[in-house]
Design a protein around this ligand. Structure first.
Ligand SMILES: Cc1cc2nc3c(=O)[nH]c(=O)nc-3n(C[C@H](O)[C@H](O)[C@H](O)COP(=O)(O)OP(=O)(O)OC[C@H]3O[C@@H](n4cnc5c(N)ncnc54)[C@H](O)[C@@H]3O)c2cc1C
Length: 380
């Protein structure tokens, strides 16, 4: 840690750090920023380049905007000020439209900008940050060793923030060869002449597509929108195939013009979150992937990243052992973050009901905005 004697011997010689964070998404950046601001010597490794597009609905929940502002520090002004505020949610299901306020209002922030700004905030906090550096393996018990194709680093602690589908999480092999259809994520930006500043979710058998504005489109300009779908691979593979699944979406999208190339990701796998592994802490999607329609993945990544770093700080100061820090994180994760995963399954359960029963419930909800609001709030 800089500015203190407690770990100065650690700082000698070749590349050694208090903390190595693997993965430069919101979870990894938040962990790195929090640890570095406390004085820890931090290395952040990201296999890709930034800025880059990412499959994501780009809805940042209102509850996490303050935390995001803290992470961004003095970089937060322009990004948060220019972000379109999302104050309304509309659910288009089985011919019904459920409208509900989004309170507190969320924000629409492109991952192209968000991840790059967080990366720069990490560098500004003193983090050694390296792009295009893929971690191949981690090992050891203390110190921990982190290997890339060309280097080996040592750290007192390692945070795995490598996302949903990384070589480090062992899921590649675990899910290889499974026969059931995959869930895919598909996204592109389009332009649209006009529309409401709402997050619109179009549900159909085998998936759904979220649509929200990314820019406001003032003075008669077309606004930029994000269309991001989660869909079963036996239902659709492309966005036009997704749009064709829902009559209102098909009609609306016929007036859009593409603003970027479509990107996709698969498989999307939902499992019980696992916030720790042997001597490492997992944050964000590496710990657990929450159903995207609750719009809380970025929030969970930020919150778990900050929490993991906060649990490690007393270890860096020599006050507790690494094992104790990991245990504190596991308990904090289960107390503060696990409930989000549990409640997100409520709407999923509703959507899996037989259609006649679902129709009856939706008919009731359509005439009862307070109940709709409760249902949506209960997933947050
Ligand atoms: C279809 C879809 C829609 C979504 N919509 C929303 C939404 O509207 N709102 C919301 O809040 N969330 C949404 N999410 C979820 C959100 O995108 C994730 O929860 C969020 O990106 C998690 O952040 P993270 O930092 O954990 O992981 P990521 O953002 O995935 O970052 C992980 C990083 O680790 C890097 N990496 C991987 N392996 C290695 C390695 N070996 N070495 C070095 N680097 C590595 C990757 O390149 C990546 O940059 C959506 C997800 C999907 C799939």
């Amino acid at each position: 840690m800089e500015g203190g004697d407690s770990v100065s011997s650690w700082d000698q010689g070749r590349a050694k750090y208090d903390l190595i964070v693997v993965g430069g998404g919101p979870g990894g950046a938040a962990a790195a920023i929090t640890a570095a601001r406390s004085g820890a010597r931090v290395l952040l490794l990201e296999r890709g380049r930034l800025p880059r597009q990412k499959v994501c609905g780009e809805f940042v929940s209102g509850e996490s905007l303050e935390l995001l502002a803290v992470q961004l520090g003095n970089r937060s002004g322009a990004l948060l000020k220019s972000a379109v505020r999302i104050r309304e949610g509309r659910l288009f299901v089985d011919g019904h439209t459920l409208t509900t306020p989004v309170d507190p209002a969320g924000a629409s922030i492109s991952r192209f900008d968000l991840d790059a700004e967080l990366w720069q905030a990490a560098e500004a906090a003193g983090v050694h940050a390296r792009l295009q550096t893929s971690v191949e393996s981690t090992s050891g018990d203390g110190p921990l060793r982190v290997r890339t194709a060309t280097d080996e680093f040592e750290a007192r602690a390692v945070i795995n923030a490598s996302g949903r589908w990384s070589n480090l999480n062992g899921k590649h092999t675990a899910h290889k060869g499974k026969a059931e259809p995959n869930w895919l994520g598909i996204k592109a930006h389009f332009t649209e002449r006009e529309g409401r500043p709402s997050v619109d979710l179009y549900f159909f058998e085998g998936g759904y597509c979220g649509v929200q504005p990314v820019t406001a489109g003032e003075n008669g300009d077309r606004r930029r929108i994000n269309a991001c779908a989660m869909v079963r691979s036996d239902v659709a593979h492309t966005l036009p195939e997704v749009f064709a699944q829902h009559p209102q979406l098909a009609e609306r999208s016929s007036r859009w013009e593409p603003a970027m190339e479509t990107i996709s990701t698969s498989p999307l796998i939902f499992e019980r979150p696992q916030p720790t592994e042997s001597r490492m802490l997992r944050v964000g999607d590496a710990a657990g992937f929450v159903d995207p329609f609750v719009g809380d993945g970025i929030s969970l990544a930020l919150r778990s990243g900050v929490t993991a770093a906060e649990c490690l700080i007393p270890f860096f100061r020599g006050e507790i052992s690494l094992g104790e820090a990991i245990e504190r994180y596991r308990r904090a994760y289960e107390r503060r973050l696990l409930p989000v995963f549990q409640s997100s399954s409520r709407i999923r359960r509703l959507l899996k009901l037989p259609q006649p029963l679902r129709r009856t419930i939706l008919h009731f909800l359509e005439g009862a905005p307070a109940a709709t609001r409760y249902l949506v709030t209960a997933t947050r």
